[in-house]
Design a protein around this ligand. Structure first.
Ligand code: NAP
Length: 253
């Protein structure tokens, strides 16, 4: 039965940025498909824990600030201690800082690139090593953006880092596909979360964005469910290095 390919029973998924937004939505989706979930965040994840448990799942919270790569070993060790293995990594934590390129500061640049790019790469490396050690293969799902394809407005470091996510995803897939490690990405379109609060509050930007989305609405965290479960499951075993847009048709325009 083809739907069995999408089941995640017995799998362990680690999701960063699990306390809110798209990360929270993906934790619930992975748990609904059967995975045990480790939620990584720099603040309390009790809301996500409750939603995961309501979906019939198990949830472990790991508090970590991903502006530095130091917590990576602790995240992996806590996951292994609780559940004995890891199978799925979702690099979702990310931030955006808005400023004109002409005024952009080194501090703004470093804060965005460290979380969105550097930590993502070293999380992937640590999990790939663990998948090789386990001999199981595994799944890595990075969260890209429309700005992996486009320049964006007043977010140069975000654009740089999300373009890097698309490229790194391909580069790592090329190297690790032979170990049955699938590295792919999801590029969300314009979604209702804290990340987009500022542009949704700006009446003109909000109207311009909505007008350009063929689906005629902003995306929601629930819209991420199908893509993340597919890329986390055996249904995507021959999919490597691809970035799937979940964008209401934005890139098709
Ligand atoms: P969000 O609600 O702002 O969530 C971002 C998550 O990343 C939060 O959990 C945040 O934690 C976490 N995070 C940020 N810096 C961190 C750090 N130093 N250490 C640990 N966690 C950190 O926004 P979102 O829209 O759900 O974003 C999720 C991902 O989707 C991001 O990578 C974002 O770039 C990407 N994305 C979003 C959209 C969209 O339209 N919303 C579109 C394309 C891509 P705190 O709550 O503590 O800040």
């Amino acid at each position: 039965m083809v739907l069995d390919l999408f089941k995640l029973d017995g799998k362990v998924a680690v999701v960063t940025g699990a306390n809110t937004g798209l990360g929270q939505g993906m934790c619930v989706a992975l748990a609904s498909a059967g995975a045990k979930v480790v939620g990584v965040a720099r603040r309390d994840c009790s809301e996500t824990k409750q939603l995961v448990e309501e979906a019939g799942g198990e949830f472990l919270e790991v508090i970590a600030d991903l502006s530095d790569i130091k917590p990576i070993d602790d995240i992996l060790n806590a996951s292994l201690k609780a559940f004995g293995r890891v199978d799925i990594l979702v690099n979702n934590a990310g931030l955006i800082k808005r400023d004109d390129a002409i005024d952009y500061t080194v501090e703004e640049w470093d804060s965005v690139v460290s979380v969105n790019q550097k930590t993502v790469f070293f999380m992937c490396q640590a999990f790939a090593k663990q998948y090789m050690k386990q001999g199981t293969g595994g799944k890595i799902i990075n969260v890209a953006s429309m700005l992996s394809y486009q320049g964006g407005i007043r977010v140069p470091a975000y654009t740089a880092s999300k373009s890097a996510v698309l490229g790194m995803t391909r580069a790592m897939a090329n190297e690790w596909a032979k170990y049955n490690i699938n590295v792919n990405a999801i590029a969300p379109g314009y979604m209702v979360t804290n990340n987009t609060a500022a542009i949704r509050d700006d009446e003109d930007r909000n109207a311009a964005i909505l007008d350009r989305i063929p689906a005629g609405r902003w995306g929601t965290k629930e819209d991420m469910a199908g893509a993340v479960v597919w890329l986390a499951s055996d249904a995507s075993n021959y999919v490597h290095g691809f970035t799937v847009a979940v964008d209401g048709g934005w890139l098709a325009r």
